[in-house]
Design a protein around this ligand. Sequence first.
Ligand code: MTE
Length: 366
Amino acid sequence: MSREAAIYGKRRDMTVHGTEPFNAEPPRAALADRMLTPLEAFYCRNHGPVPAADAAAWRLTVDGLVARPSSWTLAGLRDRFAVHSETATLQCAGNRRAGLVEVRDIPGEAPWGPTATATARWTGVRLADVLDDAGADPAATDVAFLGTDVSEQATPPQEFGGSIPLRKARMPEVLLAWAMNGEPLAPVHGAPVRVVVPGYIGARSVKWVQRVTVADGPSENFFQASTYRLLPPDVDPATTGPGDGVPLGLVAVNSDFLAPDDGAEVPAGPTRVSGYAFAGGDRTVVRVDVSDDGGARWIQAELGEPASPWAWRHWSATVDVRPGAQEILARAWDSSAALQPADPASVWNPKGYVNNSWARLRLHGR
Ligand code: MTE
């Protein structure tokens, strides 16, 4: 077990992609059939060292295109604004990258499996209320967030940051959160306060937030302008600069298996398989199909109720496992009628983002 997993309160069996910065995801079974993900199984995605949490010293600066620039303490935020909770799924843009690496190597990026995603009940204040209080200029277009963690992975090294459109920042689901599943935020998840932007890639939910800036364009932070962007397949990322490629924002419809484990040996015969599906944006998952014969025939999975419009849906189906090696497939539809694409090669990109190709589970029937 990694020392870091213990320090950050994570399960012993996390797959650790890196210890400094700490990046880890749980085994599939840890997420199966649970709407809320406990702290010990919540994936961690960091680009720098985890800052020491000091709630008493914490200050949030609100500036940029606002009539009244302001500075908040944690107690000040709690006293001034109504407290809200929202159940929301976070999903890293690199979730399921391992499936793209199988197509073609992606040097320098962690080969995340299907569990760089998790769901929590977040509690804090609405960003919209804080922006209203500051008198955000309605003609502004974006709201930028800045963390306190300095990433050496950035060029030049800088605090992690990013931005979202002002119209999203004004939506009631976007929170400045200090609690996760009813507990104060853990240091590794952004204590004392992080942004939670439901429906957007995890990178926009900036942890250890220290500054909120209303602006007339997207953030120029490295993690908005230069990475977390979809590059065409034939481009060498070493040759790209700020503004190249397509910025990632809304999560694309995706799904994967959570049980049984990939590569599991199971008794031949009817076998229950289950997983998650997440739509992203303000779309919802409307259907999940499963196939046990390579996609010739699909059966509709049973869909669990989501805890909120911003949360994943769990699903399950019974498939026929035959003796020997077999691949089970799953694919989800969202409310915009978007369907996951079949082939990971068709979505391969040089940084390995947004692998939302069909989920594939290898089973061995005995
Ligand atoms: N915020 C800061 N300050 N630093 C980071 O490295 N990583 C982002 C986002 N917010 C990051 C950050 C990414 S890429 C993701 S996917 C989520 O945090 C992961 O949140 P978690 O570690 O709480 O699961």
